[in-house]
Every structure is written in C-alpha cells, then in structure tokens.
Design a protein around this ligand. Structure first.
Ligand SMILES: *[C@@H]1O[C@H](CO)[C@@H](O)[C@H](O)[C@H]1NC(C)=O
Ligand SMILES: *[C@@H]1O[C@H](CO)[C@@H](O)[C@H](O)[C@H]1NC(C)=O
Length: 604
C-alpha cells in the first residue's frame, strides 16, 4: 500500500503532464496555423443572379450555402469592369493608382500580347501571401496582362505572386466560341463594311486616275495597297481567336485556341489537387471563373438544365464547381481554417445578346444600370464571406464595403503588414466581421468609370443613410422591352456624349432609392452640406493621386507579334490539351469524389 500510493500519484502526474503538453501543442498548433484563403470570383454575374440575393429561379445552392454558413455583404462595391476591378482586388488600391484605367473606349486588356497589364511593382495580395510562405495559385481567368515590359518585368500571374497558374491569360471572349467575334458584336456587318470600304477606295482611286491626277503605276500601287490593307484587316479579325483564346499552365501554352470541352472540370480538378497538395501548409487559392462572361458555355451535363438558357447553364455549372471546392475544403478538414470570399468582378452585362437575340447577360436585381457604368447595378455585386473562426453564420452585413478591402483584411489574417510606401485604399474588414465594429470603415468611396471620377459615396458615421453623390452619370436609353441600358453603344462609355454632367451633383439616398430615380432636392441645406463634404473629400482624394504610366494608352493595347504566346510555328499556332492522358482532366463526379459533400453542405 505505502509503496503503491506514490506510484499511483506519479502515474497520475505523468498522465496529467502528457495531457497538458498535448493540449498546449494542439492549441499552439491552432494558434500558429495561418488561415487558408480561397477567393471565388465570378465574371459579370449580377446582384440578382444568386439565390441568396433574391433569385428564385436560378439554382445556386452552393453559393447559397456559403451565405448560410457565413456573412452576406449586401453593400459590396467594385470598379464596374473586369481588368480594373481585378486590379483593385489584388492591390487593395483604386485601379487609377496602378494606371489600370482608360481614358478612351477600350478599358480592359485587349490582347494577350499587348503591353497593357498590372505593373510588376504593384504588390499583389498573392505576393504578400508568398512572403508569409503561402502556396499560391491562380486558376481561371487573369485579364491583367501577359506581355513583358523588360526582362523580369512581366504581368504574367507567375510574376505577380502566383506559384501556380492554370487558366486563361486574357479572358473568356465571344471569339473563343469560334462562331462570332468581338468586332461582329460591335458592328454586325463588319465584313460587308470592310468590303464596301475597299470598293469605295478602289473607285475613288480609279476616278483619280481617270482624271489624270495619278499615273498608271501609282494606280496599281494604290489599288494593291488598299486591298492588302483590307485583306489584313480581315485576317486580323479572324485571328482573334488564335491570338486571345489561350489556355496556359504557368508559362506553357496548353491549348490554342482554347476549347470549352470540360473546361470547368479541368479548372475544378486543378483547384482540388492544389488544395490536396498543400493541405498541410497554408495556401491562397484564387479561383477566377470564366463564367458567366460571354461566350457562354457549359459541359454536357449542364446544358439546357437551367431555366435561364445558356446564361443560366453557365452560372449553374460554376455553382457546381464552387460546391466541389467547398466539399474539398471540408474533406480535408480545413473548413474552420479557411477564409472564403465570393464575389463578382462587376454587375451583369445587361446589353449582351446572342446572335439570335437571346439575352446573354446577368441580372442586377433592384438596381439600375450594369457592367461598365457607375449606376448601382454595375458596381454592387453579390458577395459572401465565410470564415467560421470569426464570422457567425447567417449574418447580413449591410454596411458599405469594397472589393479592395479584401487586401488589408487578408493581410491582417496573415499577420503581414501592408506596403507602407504607397496608398492602400482598402480597409481591414475584420472588426466588421467579428462584430467589434458595427459601421463601415469608410467615410467616402470614389466611383470611377475608366479614369473619370463620376462620383462619390458618402457614409456618415451616424444615422443609417448612405448617399451617392454623382457629378457624372452614364446616359441610358430604353429598349423595346422597356429596359434601361446603353443600347446605342452596346458597352456603356464613360465620357463625351455618352454621359450627363450634373452641377450641382445628383444626390441619391442609396439606402432607399435603389433605382437612383429620385435625386434629393439640391436646395435642401442638408443636401448642400452632403455635397460640400463630398466635394471636399474628392479634393483630398485627388491630392493623393500621383501620375503613373497609363496601362490602357491606345499604344499599349495593340498586339505585339513577338510577345504572342504560341504553340507551334507562329503565326500557325495550334495545340490542344491532351485531355485523355491526364488524370486531372477527367470528369469528376461530386458523389464519387466526396461522398459526404452534400450532407455537409446542407446540414450545417
Ligand atoms: C434570376 O436570374 C435570371 C438570369 O439572370 C433573371 O433572368 C431572372 O430575372 C432572375 N430572377 C429573379 C427573381 O431575380
Ligand atoms: C511603379 O513604377 C511607376 C513608374 O514606372 C511609378 O510611377 C509608380 O509609382 C510605381 N508604383 C509603385 C507602387 O511603386
């Protein structure tokens, strides 16, 4: 007995210490464990296209599950066009600071081989993550440039913080479907017009010759020149697909032109293997969907399944893919440690139509306008954040937030300081997410259309009103269905005869006047005070801008032949990814791969 008692005590002590050490290491492990970051970015999906944002006929169960398990941000804004919006997301800054805004018609990177692109000296969120030893991947659409300014100064994703890239260096385009083309979308009769132009020029040249203003030799040279010029234009228009529809893995061209065969599966499989490979160490996955930008596509399984034509099929396939990504996070036991952010790069492209007149753009819910303009429909996007360690489930955050806030928010999660040598416009959303703060971190947000400042949003710290103060608005006209859009120009423009200027500016109470049809009375002293404060804020904001090279200068938008990625012999570039021999390309089945995904999705 006397011999056994100390033994029992010792035994107990040993067990206790082991237990304590175990608990301590476990906790240290959790505390040490940096969260994974998953960014799910949709393309051209409008506020009204998602189930949990009020759509009753488009099925987006997996996106909806994110909202149920996290927070829905109902006042989340972007710059209303692809390239600038993406630049804002990745740099935490207004795109004007990186020169990613245009002052003329073309406001996005136009060719894979063009010089336009996110400057290498911008520090992307992926670069911040890399500096914290994160594994980073971009899967899907890039659209922030590809060409190199000089050695080591390239816009390619691998040079902008992504260890792994699989996807489209430019964007999804109508041209990629092989049937039509951006020029035809812009001018339906472009071939006829080119031919007429050649004919007209020829007749003029012959007329000149007849009236002996030019000699026979010049006649032949001029005629030949005209037809070669028009022929080149024709060739150029027809080469867009080869030039721009490209699928790459890191620096290697896998497919040219890109095909839609199982494209969503291929992207999804790459995302899943990336997460599997890096489940032990933290990762940042930027899943940048080509959906639902035109050309609309869906794999066989999703064709004709939705109630909204090819657009609906594309959205529903994207939602399936999001489900696969979320199921993988669960299967790897990473749900609590993964910050998931879902949003769209801009509002729905309501003017977009198919060749047969079918509506091919998204729906912007209660808001006016859409992609490419600064009416609310272009800038307010469906957004969700799921991060169980911080965000309660089923939350709604109606406070104004902006896509560039994601940058400092992720930096704060990673415990890495944001660069101090430049202005970062985004604000850390963690206090809003963990409910330490109830109000938006912003007082003002500036609304740019290209490089033109159209207006400002004023968020007073007291009261629950948010005001949108617009000096410039895009002109909209009504089509035969009574919808207001830029029907004359197809894509809304930011300046000149396409806009209206307002002095005094229009002031909308955007918390109640969602369609921006009822500007407040400018003679009301309270409204005058709002205008005064807003204009002063614009002055302050302008002082923080420094001139930078304009990435969308027309000369930077033209294709540069020697910067053209090409598999095969230029200009006969052609290759197709060997789908059958690569296990990553096989069609995966949700049920086969992750038998419990559905339950996890619906029960929690
Ligand atoms: C749902 O989305 C589709 C496709 O954009 C749209 O046509 C429809 O009007 C939306 N329905 C609702 C109720 O929001
Ligand atoms: C990047 O370089 C350009 C000039 O090449 C300069 O104007 C700009 O301020 C630089 N940006 C940063 C963030 O350093």
């Amino acid at each position: 007995m006397s011999f056994q008692a100390p033994y029992a005590i010792m035994h107990f002590l040993v067990i206790l210490t082991t237990h304590l050490i175990l608990v301590a290491t476990l906790e240290a492990d959790i505390a040490k464990r940096k969260p994974n970051i998953v960014i799910l970015l949709a393309d051209d999906i409008g506020y009204g296209d998602v189930g949990c944002f009020g759509n009753t006929s488009l099925n987006t169960p997996h996106i909806d599950s994110l909202a149920r398990d996290g927070a829905k941000l109902t006042h989340h804004l972007v710059t209303p066009l692809c390239s600038p919006s993406r630049a804002g997301l990745l740099t935490g800054r207004y795109p004007i600071r990186s020169g990613m805004v245009a002052y003329s018609i073309i406001r996005v990177v136009s060719f894979v081989s063009a010089k336009a692109g996110l400057p290498a000296n911008e520090t992307t969120i992926a670069e911040l993550a890399q500096s914290m030893s994160y594994n980073t991947a971009l899967i899907g659409k890039w659209h922030l440039g590809h060409a190199c300014e000089s050695e080591g100064n390239c816009s390619h994703p691998n040079g902008q913080g992504f260890n792994y890239f699989y996807g489209l260096p430019l964007t999804n385009l109508k041209d990629c479907g092989g049937k039509t083309n951006v020029f035809i979308a812009w001018d339906y009769h472009i071939y006829r017009d080119l031919f007429l132009m050649a004919l007209l020029l020829s007749i003029s040249i012959i007329a000149l010759y007849r009236h002996v203003y030019i000699d026979k030799c010049s006649l032949i040279v001029c005629l030949a020149f005209t037809w070669v010029l028009i022929g080149s234009a024709y060739y150029f228009i027809n080469s867009i697909q080869i030039m721009n529809c490209i699928l790459m893995e890191n620096q290697k061209v896998l497919e040219q032109p890109l095909t839609y065969d199982n494209l969503t599966q291929r992207l999804t499989n790459r995302a899943i293997s990336f997460m599997e490979r890096h489940q032990k160490d933290p990762f940042l996955l930027f899943m940048s969907y080509p959906q639902a930008h035109t050309e609309l596509f869906a794999s066989e399984r999703f064709q004709n399944q939705s109630k909204h034509g090819r657009y609906g099929d594309a959205v529903e396939e994207m939602d399936w893919s999001i489900g696969e990504v979320l199921a993988t996070i669960d299967r790897l036991g990473l749900r609590d440690d993964t910050f998931v952010y879902f949003t769209s790069d801009n509002g729905g492209f309501m003017e977009e139509r198919g060749d047969d007149g079918e509506r091919q753009g998204g729906y912007n819910g209660p808001f006016k306008g859409g992609k490419a303009n600064t009416w609310e429909g272009g800038m307010r996007v469906p957004t969700i954040i799921r991060y169980p360690r911080v965000v309660r489930s089923n939350r709604i955050i109606p406070e104004p937030t902006h896509v560039f806030d994601v940058y400092p928010t992720i930096a704060s999660l990673l415990e890495v300081p944001v660069p101090s040598d430049r202005v970062i416009d985004g604000k850390d959303l963690l206090p809003l997410l963990n409910e330490k703060n109830k109000t938006s971190p912003h007082d003002f947000m500036f609304h740019y259309c290209g490089g033109y400042l159209h207006g400002v949003r004023y968020i007073p710290k007291t009261g629950d009103k948010v005001y949108k103060v617009m000096m410039t608005t895009t002109k909209l006209n009504v089509n035969e269905l009574g919808e207001r859009g830029c029907w004359k120009t197809y894509v809304c423009q930011c300046y000149g005869s396409s806009v209206d200027h307002h002095n005094p500016p229009l002031v909308f109470d955007i918390t109640t006047d969602l369609t921006e049809d009822n500007p407040l009375n400018p003679n009301d002293p309270e409204v005058q005070e709002i205008i005064k404060k807003s204009l002063a804020a614009i002055d302050e904001h302008r002082k923080t801008l420094t001139p930078v090279p304009n990435q969308f200068h027309p000369l930077r938008l033209i294709p540069i032949p020697w910067q053209q990625p090409c598999c095969g012999t230029f200009p006969f570039c052609s290759c197709k990814e060997d789908s059958n021999n690569n296990p990553e390309n096989q069609i995966i089945d949700s049920l086969q791969r992750t038998p419990i995904s559905e339950e996890i999705g619906t029960n929690s």
